[in-house]
Design a protein around this ligand. Structure first.
Ligand SMILES: [Zn+2]
Length: 78
């Protein structure tokens, strides 16, 4: 399953399932998503979110990183 990058203004990089409203680590997705506006080297991956995903080698058309969930969604507890 694909997840999308949710990066906060200060560069903390989370991942989220589409339409879930929270990041994989349970943070509310408030404010703007800076996944596109920030350079990769200015981002700090969230440990919890990073544990749950496999980041793919290829970037998307906006230059964002892409990732898929390691586990099927049914085993994750929200
Ligand atoms: Zn996170």
């Amino acid at each position: 399953m694909n997840v999308f990058e949710w990066t906060k203004r200060l560069g903390q990089q989370h991942w989220s399932r589409p339409n879930s409203g929270v990041t994989l680590c349970g943070k509310p997705m408030l404010g703007n998503n800076y996944a596109i506006g920030l350079a990769k080297e200015d981002k700090v991956p969230c440990d919890k979110c990073t544990e749950s995903v496999t980041v793919l080698a290829a970037l998307d058309s906006f230059g964002r990183e892409r990732a898929v969930l390691k586990e099927p969604p049914s085993v994750l507890i929200w």
